[in-house]
Design a protein around this ligand. Sequence first.
Ligand SMILES: Nc1nc(=O)c2c([nH]1)NC[C@@H]1CN(c3ccc(C(=O)N[C@@H](CCC(=O)O)C(=O)O)cc3)CN21
Ligand SMILES: CC(C)C(=O)C(=O)O
Ligand SMILES: [Mg+2]
Length: 278
Amino acid sequence: MLTTDKIIQMKNNSEKISMVTAYDYPSAKLVEESNIDMILVGDSLGMVVLGYKSTVEVTLDDMIHHSKAVTRGAPETFVIVDMPFMSYHISEGDAITNARELFQKTGVQAIKIEGASPLTLNIIRRLTEAGIPVVGHIGLTPQSVNVLGGYKVQGKDAASANRLVEEAEKLEKSGVISIVLECVPGPLAEHITKKLTIPTIGIGAGEYCDGQVLVYHDILQYGIDRTPKFVKSYADMNTVIKDAVSSFHKEVKEKTFPKEEHTFKIDDDVINHLYSGE
Ligand SMILES: Nc1nc(=O)c2c([nH]1)NC[C@@H]1CN(c3ccc(C(=O)N[C@@H](CCC(=O)O)C(=O)O)cc3)CN21
Ligand SMILES: CC(C)C(=O)C(=O)O
Ligand SMILES: [Mg+2]
């Protein structure tokens, strides 16, 4: 099991950090068996496994339910869970109560919060002080998709690039153990990565981040039709699954499944007795 200080050591040793999302018991189990460094129970689960239109629909109960399955499937892996939309914006007290519930009920190692507004930085300081490790997330923050006007690359002009650098520094000062940089130009992510002592984990943020994260279903092409430009798929589960399920369907219709080897036996005299009673 990684620890927060080992994660920072990895940056100092230039050892890249691998992270992938997982949303349930089997995905967590397979990810742990693949020796990934960290798992993220992302609120992307709303879109990827619950069929919501955006992560805005995800609730605290959704996150708790899925995180519990993930920690059961990957008991030896460092697991981070997303605080969902509006679970840390109503008030500081409410944010702390929600973070406490998510952390205590699920057995994860850290929580992740989008953004770096003064209110969010305060919450991060208080949670860190209370003993909950927090991961930051800046750049494209999908919970603000309706404010940002779509899933767009962030930090392309001087003002927004400067703002991202400042946000990263403020997050580091507030105590986060790492920062996810989502959809930011490679050279900007590189600049931020060099300025910080904590590791950056990129998604669509180029090769210079200290680590990389992708969505499980994207790297597997599993139930996903279109993937963002930054995704690389390492398998084609859509085809594997459709081939397997349609083969089953065909064999049922053709009466070639099940066969004798799939069927339980019974002694002849027992079955004969049943028929003789008719
Ligand atoms: N399956 C999945 N993968 C993800 O990485 C992901 C989700 N879902 N849901 C939550 C957010 C939403 N994310 C997204 C979604 C779309 C783009 C996208 O289409 N981006 C454009 C870039 C547009 C531009 O140039 O500004 C692209 O073509 O990649 C990016 C991130 C990342 N997250
Ligand atoms: C894409 C990652 C960083 C995320 O926040 C999620 O999966 O919800
Ligand atoms: Mg997320």
